[in-house]
Design a protein around this ligand. Structure first.
Ligand code: DOR
Length: 429
């Protein structure tokens, strides 16, 4: 059925649009965008007071399939994505088994197809088993549809291996998404290193653990000319290094996640494992640096690093708890609360960082835009909605978030994928 989105604030950086307009969707594509569109027979959706965005794209998601279907699957993860306004995601390769060969890339696309709710893409591992030792068959995995290369969850400690990976990645036109952590500096660390980690008696991870690898990877990107994307940036010094690299015209992009601009290390007080994440939550100064990086364009992408973990893996001593928090259902609301209301970003910049730039990074043609002829992936967001995070209402199979009980402002109300309304006002189609 055709859909007519009426009278929303349409924000489409690709066409330079930020105005009240209608959008007509036909046959899975954007058929028309403009004022007072008439479409007899189309389902009319009143979007007054709402923001209409090109479908949000998360370049950093963990759906845990294969291997930990008790924590998330393509179906449950897709539902969480839809509820959060995401129409496409890139799954990371750190599943069990690791997505490190062509057959497993094909498996992801076959299962994603069966789930059939959102657009699911996968990254493929840089090294076999994420062990950092032996390169994967990059060409074969690219041919099977891998959209990026990443050992996310682990750093590639051997710079020579990373160099070779980047050389292959360049040949096949793939970005390398780097999890920047010096494993020697971060060894046994469980939170940010500083006065608070000392007070809590927990082993810290210094910011330098991230920054030295950001700087190393920038150098290797420059050496190889490959496309480098730095995952989940958290530290002030890393952002400064990226700013300088961009000034030097190195081909590097980067992302941060909502927890790095909304929370500080104080969130782990009381040994709250819900706030244990890698890289760790940092200080107020870092949060400010992340915001500055977002506003001045140093940080290109806002991703979620949606990392579901079972209660068994979180309800243990802080040292033993798994790292990560779920993010898909809260990201857009946190962006609205902290960045838009906080005057850090406008909606155009939000669309840029949550749809346009992610589509460009992953080479997703037809996505990241509401222009005529684009794929009809659309997110309708109500900036005025107020809601409270409740565990019972989380769609993700895992409930690991430090946000339970928190009030958030703004909510994705309609999520359209390929011209179909998949989620509308709390209900799935
Ligand atoms: O906190 C994290 N969790 N950071 C990562 O890099 C990996 C992720 C996971 O897979 O749980």
């Amino acid at each position: 059925m055709d859909i007519l989105l009426k009278g929303g604030r349409v924000v489409d950086p690709a066409s330079g649009t930020d105005t009240t307009a209608d959008i007509l969707i036909k046959g899975g594509k954007i058929a028309q965008a403009g004022r007072e569109i008439k479409a007899a027979g189309a389902k009319q959706v009143d979007c007054k007071g709402r923001i209409v965005l090109p479908g949000l794209i998360d370049v950093h998601t963990h759906f845990r399939q294969p291997g930990r279907e008790d924590e998330e699957t393509f179906v449950t993860g897709s539902r969480a994505a839809l509820k959060g306004g995401f129409t496409s995601v890139l799954c990371m390769a750190n599943t069990n088994p690791v997505i490190d060969n062509k057959g497993l890339v094909e498996y992801v696309y076959a299962e994603a197809d069966k789930a059939g709710l959102i657009n699911i893409y996968t990254a493929a591992a840089v090294t076999k088993g994420l062990e950092g030792k032996e390169l994967t068959e990059i060409g074969q995995m690219a041919a099977a549809g891998a959209r990026a290369l990443s050992d996310d969850g682990k750093p590639v400690m051997n710079a020579e291996i990373l160099r070779r990976a980047m050389e292959y990645a360049k040949m096949f036109g793939l970005p390398v998404i780097s999890h920047c952590e010096d494993a020697n500096l971060s060894k046994n660390g469980v939170m940010n290193e500083g006065a608070l980690s000392t007070r809590l008696g927990l082993k810290g991870i210094p910011r330098a653990s991230e920054t030295v690898m950001v700087i190393r990877d920038i150098e290797i990107a420059q050496l190889t000319g490959a496309k480098l994307h730095i995952a989940h940036v958290s530290a002030k010094e890393s952002i400064e290094a990226l700013r300088q690299a961009k000034n030097r015209k190195v081909k590097v992009t980067c992302e941060t996640c909502p927890h790095y601009f909304t929370l500080t290390e104080e969130a782990v007080l009381g040994y709250n494992t819900g706030a244990k994440v890698n890289p760790p939550l940092r200080t107020k100064e870092d949060v400010e640096a992340v915001k500055k990086g977002l506003s001045d364009g140093t940080i290109d992408v806002i991703s979620t690093d949606h990392a579901p973990h079972s209660a068994e893996e979180k309800d243990v001593e802080f040292d033993f708890a798994s790292t990560g928090m779920i993010g898909l259902e809260f990201a857009a609301s946190l962006v609205n609360s902290e960045l838009v209301k906080g005057g850090v970003l406008g909606w155009k910049e939000v669309a840029q960082k949550m749809s346009v730039n992610p589509a460009a990074l992953l080479g997703l043609k037809g996505k990241g835009s509401l222009s005529e002829g684009s794929d009809a992936d659309v997110t309708v967001f109500d900036p005025g909605a107020e809601w409270t995070v409740e565990a019972a209402r989380i769609e993700s199979k895992s409930k690991n978030t430090p946000l339970i009980g928190k009030k958030l402002s703004g909510l994705a109300v309609i999520t359209i994928v390929g011209g179909k309304i998949r989620y509308e006002n709390g209900k799935f189609a």
